[in-house]
Design a protein around this ligand. Structure first.
Ligand SMILES: Nc1nc2c(ncn2[C@@H]2O[C@H](COP(=O)(O)O[C@H]3[C@@H](O)[C@H](n4cnc5c(=O)[nH]c(N)nc54)O[C@@H]3COP(=O)(O)O)[C@@H](O)[C@H]2O)c(=O)[nH]1
Length: 918
């Protein structure tokens, strides 16, 4: 805020002078106007006299001209003079317009028309003009008298002219005499006398007026002159005052203001002594203020430009972060940007070499980067090169700003070296990775105190951005590793390092393509370990995995380099062998089986496995990978069915079986809803009493397209496809319902045995599902027996034990079906809550002839007895078999010897007969 300056005395007197000048100027103007007015009055008086004289003269002249007209007519008889005479009379009386610009000599009227003066537009009588001309009343009276006398004389002259009209000489003589006699002259004198008096009067009067007015004019002139002189004096004084107020000449002032206006505040204004309060003095002060403001502005501008440059550098740094693909590229760009855009002279980035405790420059830019060639920077405070900005920054963990490089003690070690490059300030800003200092960013400036607040803030921000970028690079590296891993996993099996399914397809396709072009054959083999699941389940997956890894190495080692080995998952391996016929393929398959069969040492375990191999040949068995895989699988499946540990080539029959399998699965999908399924019941008889003590529910499928399909065929298909869950549930409900019906029908109570597939057994809430069915159908649990295969128990022994315990707790009985065909863990058997073992019919079939089967059956019966378990033998077809079993104290039997599986009604009839026979 500026307050309006108080007026100084010189300023005040200058203003007074101005006012005085203005007043005197008014006076000068008034005097001048008065003078002009007096001059005009004089002129008007003279004009009046002139006009008066003219009118008087017209009166006199008209009288004289009338005389001349009359006399001339009298002498000549020329009528023109008589007309002119009358015309003069008419003009004077205002009947005819007065001629203009004539010399008051009416004689001119006589001249011919071409030279006659033009008439005025209006006709005014002479006396009217006289009355309006400003004559005094006395003068008007005198002129009026003169006019009257003239009129009278004109009458005489008219009479004389009438005499002349006769033309007679005497009359002419008389007329002439009338115009020249004394009377005539006296009359003339009577006219002229008053005219003369009027002339004298007008002269006197106007001269007096002129004299009086001339006096006023002189007065006015004197006043004008005097006031003009005063005005000049005042202006001079005012000018003196103005000079004092200005303190300089106007030109100087103008030049100085123009310079200031241009924004040139460079030269100071020299103020005269005592001129501080003048305009010049103020201007000098203003220039001074403006100059310092301008300096501040320039300083601010310079700061803004510096900060803008650094922001530009920061922006470039951010762009560098976005664009750089590597740490080295980023560092190079950062150093370049901070020099090019941030106004730094040089910048470098050094990374910590932890092994040697030193800093290794990794990027630099700017003039003087040779400085870094022999630069020694250490992190060790014990050596001088470790006590510089970087060492200090490292130990404090804070950035270090050295604002006067050449004089700071901490840079003393480098002064001589740095002086050559003109470093005036330097900084060391730590770069961190995961919070740990890993390097330094070191900008250098030629300016002392270059790192002011803004610059420091920006450099720190830049450093944070760099750290962010480093983190991103790390992330990117991790991501790339992850990508590579994903890529690897997408194509390779993690456990064995062999190509996986997708890689197999790709490479096998290429191999097929090559075989096609080369018109050669190719073998695709599928190897699947036999009972590998048992190893996993009994010894754990770690052992299983170790075995698979070892197997993969063995399998790979026995093949040529351009053959392909892949793992499809689990224990399934694929081999694609180039340029081999079926004979070479057989050799390789045998070799593979031998290699697989060699023992494995995994930890403390000595393991042995066998494998089944299916082979499909290109081009005979298929032209594409999918087909060959399918066919090798079918062949391998056949090996499994045929007892495993072998290899087989694909055949058309297998193809038919595979097609049939597909038909079965497809038909089975709709079997339930289309009511194609039914349950039959096979009696189980006590060998002690010979009475029916139970029934086994067996499923039957009458498929319209396939006929009666054996459960031995469709149950595995149902298990593979998962359909066994819904189908098994349905069978269980049917069997439980039937048992309830028979109970309700008053038939002897029996235990209903229902086969439970391994797939069903794995259902988490199986115990509660079974209990729910029993509850819904109203059958007490002791009337139900679930037949479990040995595989059920082997898959997940602990889980199986838990499930069986739950079933047992609910009062549901369990038996082990097909006992003796592979069950290996008697220790587990003890923990199972089973109450019955069902001796597999393969042992029973040849029980009469085969000593070994006989021994097995006896061993099973004895073992069961020792465990407190009941035994039942299935597939009893003959009396012999029955007797043998009874002798061996087998508890129950089941087989065609008693009855084949029966429809419910038949079974009911059989039961009824038994009841009735009691
Ligand atoms: N999970 C389920 N499995 C079931 C179901 N229904 C049957 N099956 C299983 O299918 C396999 C074949 O069964 P099936 O064709 O019914 O054969 C059974 C009997 O008919 C047959 N049997 C009985 N006595 C004799 C005989 O004296 N001689 C002879 N050659 N065969 C005979 O044995 C089969 C009974 O086997 P098992 O169950 O082991 O007692 C078979 O494995 C069935 O288990 C079902 O609903 N669910």
């Amino acid at each position: 805020m500026t307050s309006s300056p108080r007026k100084q005395p010189s300023q005040q007197s200058f203003v007074s002078y101005l006012w005085a000048c203005f007043g005197i100027l008014l006076l000068v103007a008034s005097a001048f106007m008065f003078y002009v007015w007096t001059e005009k009055r004089i002129d008007r008086a003279n004009e009046l006299r002139y006009d008066s004289h003219n009118l008087v003269e017209e009166l006199r002249q008209s009288s004289d001209d009338l005389t001349r007209m009359a006399r001339t007519y009298a002498v000549t008889g020329d009528t023109q003079f008589r007309r002119s005479f009358q015309e003069i009379i008419d003009i004077r009386e205002g009947r005819t317009p007065r001629p203009q610009n004539y010399q008051n000599v009416y004689w001119d009227l006589v001249t011919d028309n071409n030279r006659r003066p033009r008439g005025a537009t209006t006709s005014v009588p002479l006396m009217q003009l006289v009355r309006e001309a400003g004559f005094t009343p006395e003068e008007v009276a005198l002129l009026s008298a003169a006019k009257n006398e003239s009129d009278k004389l004109a009458g005489t002259e008219s009479a004389a002219m009438r005499l002349r009209d006769s033309g007679e000489t005497a009359a002419i003589q008389r007329a002439i005499a009338m115009l020249h006699d004394d009377a005539y002259h006296r009359a003339k004198a009577d006219i002229m006398r008053p005219i003369g008096e009027v002339n004298d009067s007008v002269d006197r009067r106007t001269r007096r007026l002129v004299t009086e007015t001339a006096l006023d004019a002189n007065l006015a002139r004197a006043a004008f002159m005097l006031s003009a002189i005063v005005l000049v004096l005042l202006v001079w004084r005012a000018k003196r005052r103005l000079d004092k107020v200005l303190g300089c000449s106007v030109d100087q002032l103008h030049a100085a203001m123009e310079k200031l206006g241009r924004g040139d505040f460079s030269e100071p204004l020299q103020v005269r002594e005592g001129g501080d309060n003048s305009v010049w003095g103020w201007l000098a002060q203003t220039r001074q203020s403006l100059a310092s403001l301008d300096q501040e502005r320039l300083a601010a501008l310079e700061r803004i430009q510096r900060v803008s440059r650094l922001y530009a550098a920061l922006s470039q740094c951010n762009q560098a972060i976005v664009r750089s693909r590597s740490e080295a590229e980023l560092f190079d760009r950062i150093c370049r940007d901070v020099v090019r855009h941030g106004g730094m002279a040089m910048a470098w980035i050094g990374m910590i070499d932890r092994d040697h405790g030193r800093i290794t420059p990794v990027a630099s830019y700017g003039a003087g980067i040779e400085y870094l060639d022999q630069l020694e920077v250490s992190l060790d405070a014990a050596v001088p090169e470790g006590r510089g900005p970087i060492g200090l920054s490292y130990r404090s963990g804070q950035p270090y700003w050295c604002q006067d490089y050449q004089h700071a003690p901490e840079t003393a070690y480098w002064h001589a070296h740095g002086e050559r490059y003109g470093w005036a300030a330097s900084a060391a800003v730590p770069l961190r990775r995961d919070g740990e200092i890993v390097g330094f960013f070191a900008p250098y400036s030629h300016m002392v105190d270059a790192f002011d607040h803004e610059v420091r803030e920006l450099l720190l921000e830049m450093t944070l951005d760099i750290e962010f970028a480093l983190k991103n690079f790390d992330r990117e590296a991790v991501r790339q590793q992850a990508d590579q891993r994903v890529q690897y996993l997408a194509h390779y099996d993690v456990l064995t390092g062999l190509p996986n399914r997708s890689q197999l397809h790709e490479r096998a396709r290429q191999m097929l393509e090559q075989a096609r072009s080369a018109r050669t054959s190719l073998a695709l083999m599928m190897l699947d370990l036999d009972h590998f699941k048992d190893i996993n389940d009994s010894l754990g997956h770690t052992v299983g995995d170790a075995l698979l890894s070892e197997l993969a190495l063995r399998l790979t080692s026995c093949l040529r380099e351009d053959d392909l080995v892949a793992r499809l998952g689990g224990d399934e391996f694929i081999f694609v062998l180039r340029h081999v016929g079926s004979s070479e393929a057989s050799d390789v398959a045998r070799k593979l089986l031998d290699l697989t069969g060699e023992s494995y040492t995994v930890g403390l375990h000595e393991l042995k496995v066998s494998a089944s191999i299916g082979i499909a040949m290109y081009p005979d068995d298929g032209l594409d990978v999918e087909t060959l895989l399918q066919r090798a699988d079918a062949a391998m499946y056949q090996v499994k069915r045929a007892g495993r540990h072998d290899f087989r080539f694909f055949t058309a029959a297998m193809q038919q079986r595979a097609a049939r399998h597909l038909q079965v699965v497809n038909g089975l999908r709709h079997a339930l809803e289309r009511e194609q399924l039914r349950v039959v019941y096979q009696p189980q008889v006590s060998l002690k009493t010979g009475r029916i003590c139970g029934a086994e529910a067996l499923l039957r499928w009458d498929a319209p397209e396939l006929g009666a399909v054996s459960p031995a065929e469709f149950i595995p298909a149902a298990e593979e496809s998962g359909l066994i869950i819904s189908i098994g549930d349905w069978v269980l409900r049917q069997a439980v319902r039937q048992a309830r019906r028979w109970l309700d029908a008053g038939l002897p109570p029996l235990v209903m045995a229902v086969n439970l597939s391994a797939v069903q057994f794995r259902i988490a809430d199986l115990p509660s599902q079974v209990a729910q069915i029993l509850y819904e159908e109203g059958l007490p649990p002791e009337y139900l027996e679930l037949e479990l295969t040995e595989g059920v128990a082997l898959q997940d022994p602990q889980g199986a034990i838990a499930t069986m315990t739950q079933l047992h707790d609910r009062g549901i009985r369990m038996s082990i079906d097909d006992f003796g065909t592979g069950f290996s863990s008697l220790s587990h058997l003890k923990k199972f809550k089973v109450y019955k073992l069902k001796i597999d019919q393969s042992f029973v079939r040849d029980i009469s002839t085969d000593v070994e089967d006989k021994a097995i059956v006896c061993a099973i019966i004895n073992m069961a007895r020792s465990l407190g378990l009941t035994t039942i033998a299935e597939g009893v077809e003959t009396l012999e078999q029955k007797e043998f079993l009874r002798e061996q104290l087998c508890d129950e039997m089941q087989g065609y010897h008693i009855a084949k599986p029966l429809a419910p009604e038949e079974f009911e009839r059989m039961l009824s007969r038994q009841r009735d026979s009691q």
